[in-house]
Design a protein around this ligand. Structure first.
Ligand SMILES: [Zn+2]
Length: 67
């Protein structure tokens, strides 16, 4: 489900994602490639792959998921 601003309801783990900061339930979905430098920066070398990020459409908090 996507509204006119391009934000969407994020379904993860069998339920709709709610923002940890403001409780909003619509997000902008992004796919980010975690290159070696990025993975090292976050100290998660085993995650040297892609991640899915949901950016809250209200407060812009980023929620990260491994794939
Ligand atoms: Zn939020």
């Amino acid at each position: 489900m996507t509204d006119e601003s391009g934000s969407t309801v994020a379904l993860r783990g069998g339920g709709a994602l709610s923002c940890l900061v403001c409780g909003n339930d619509t997000f902008h979905e992004r796919r980010w490639q975690l290159n070696t430098a990025g993975a090292t920066f976050f100290d998660v070398d085993f995650l040297n792959q892609s991640a899915t990020c949901y950016v809250c459409s209200r407060c812009r908090h980023i929620h990260w998921f491994n794939l």
